[in-house]
Design a protein around this ligand. Structure first.
Ligand SMILES: [Zn+2]
Ligand SMILES: [Zn+2]
Length: 420
């Protein structure tokens, strides 16, 4: 019986690796420019980290976590997102004593969701967390970084959506106003939203069911119920974004799937993609989370980007992941088994010169070997037989036009650089 990988997981290889490397490498360059350093947290945590961090009433904690007892009966959970583990680490290692601290991660996450294109049960995210800054300056810088990541990748027509979800002072009274407004129509909400009405009413704004959308369309929005502190903060963020020439839109009904957000939240979408799932990445401020975890009050902000999702969208939008022209590389063809040792010596020479190369591991007809080399992306071949071994001169052939060059590689080792 053939065994496949579990539903919602995937093997990543070939083309997807090129896209993935391109995305991660170009993001890492930006992280460095913005003075972020990397953090790697464990793939699983004590379940409590996510119950406390993400919020008991969120879909993630209620339905989507991979939670299991270990052999000693402790409850562990595969991380479904990156912020709660980083917050746990910031407290555990007292990193808050060196704030402001800027951290980035590139990690796999796990959520038990219905798999679809660009949404897997094991998926990869890159993200940042900046802890210890209250100033709106960091909000603007973090949003700027998110926008730059996609710009660098070659995305055009991006749109930034920003909103404020208020703070502990202004959100609870707003939620009361909102619930009062919805109350007469609670029975017309979808079953999920009827539950959200009691546990996490703001999440109703996330509902994709059309009748729910109609009910909340004209409802009061948090934006017009912000306290003066939150209003000022948000105004400062938007004015800084303007001075960075970043185009954005205030979306007053924007909410995000985690309970921990306070004040600024944001999402970046591609206007080229019409689907409802056009968000490329997003994040927000979480000023209370570190405190809720038992640390000191450390206002923080972060975002996450789905790598798999970005790959799907790059392909859909025909964005290339090729940065450079293809590098030259050599396929070494052996004519006789007795020259294997000589062949290996030649491989070693090429590799020392930084040239990617491979060798024919079996003796086969030359024509078949050359065909194989062409099909597998080699730009040059080098044939090794008795003449080559005795004279030390190897013929290197460029496959695209069959131009041949003689390489006296032992006598003149630098010659290879002129030939390739
Ligand atoms: Zn407020
Ligand atoms: Zn609904």
């Amino acid at each position: 019986m053939v065994i496949n990988c579990p539903r919602g997981t995937a093997d990543i290889f070939g083309d997807d690796i090129s896209y993935r490397d391109f995305i991660i490498e170009s993001a890492k360059k930006l992280f460095k420019l913005f003075n972020y350093s990397e953090i790697i947290t464990p793939a699983f945590e004590h379940t409590e980290v996510f119950n406390r961090g993400i919020g008991q009433s969120t879909d993630i904690v209620k339905k989507e976590m991979y939670t299991f007892p270990d052999k000693k009966g402790r409850s562990l959970t595969l991380r479904p997102e990156g912020t709660a583990p980083v917050v746990r680490a910031i407290i555990e290692h007292k990193l808050y004593s060196k704030v402001p601290i800027k951290l980035f991660y590139v990690e796999n996450m796990f959520r038990y969701e219905r798999p679809q294109k660009g949404r897997m049960r094991e998926f990869w995210q890159l993200g940042v967390e900046a802890a210890g800054v209250n100033s709106p300056l960091i909000d603007a810088e973090v949003i700027w970084l998110l926008a730059l990541i996609f710009e660098e990748l070659g995305f055009k027509n991006l749109k930034l959506l920003v909103n404020s979800v208020g703070c502990d002072d202004c959100r609870p009274p707003y939620i009361n106003v909102f619930k009062k407004y919805i109350e007469p129509q609670v029975e017309s909400l979808c079953p999920d939203c009827r539950e959200r009405y009691n546990t996490n009413p703001l999440r109703i704004f996330d509902c994709k069911v059309r009748s729910c959308g109609t009910i909340i369309e004209d409802s009061p929005k948090i934006y017009s119920h912000l306290c003066s502190g939150c209003t000022q903060h948000f105004k400062a963020v938007t004015s800084l974004l303007k001075s960075l020439n970043i185009s954005f839109a205030v979306k007053e009904d924007l909410v995000r799937g985690f309970d921990y957000y306070t004040r600024t939240i944001f999402e970046i979408i591609s206007e080229d993609l019409e689907s409802v799932q056009n968000a490329l990445g997003g994040g927000g401020r979480y000023d209370r989370l570190i405190e809720q975890f038992g640390g000191p009050p450390v206002p923080s902000i972060g975002f996450a980007v789905g790598i798999d999702r970005t790959i799907v969208l790059m392909k859909q939008l025909n964005i290339s992941c090729m940065q450079n022209e293809q590098e030259n590389n050599v396929f070494v063809i052996l004519l006789e088994q007795e020259f294997e040792g000589y062949g290996l010596e030649f491989l070693s020479y090429l590799r020392k010169h930084g040239i990617r190369c491979d060798i024919s591991f079996e003796i086969k007809k030359i024509a078949a070997q050359i065909k194989w080399a062409e099909k597998n992306g080699f730009t040059h071949t080098a044939i090794i037989g008795g003449d080559e071994a005795s004279s030390g001169i190897i013929t290197v052939k460029r496959l695209k036009d069959f131009k041949q060059s003689q390489l006296n590689w032992k006598k003149d080792p630098q010659e290879i650089n002129d030939i390739l």
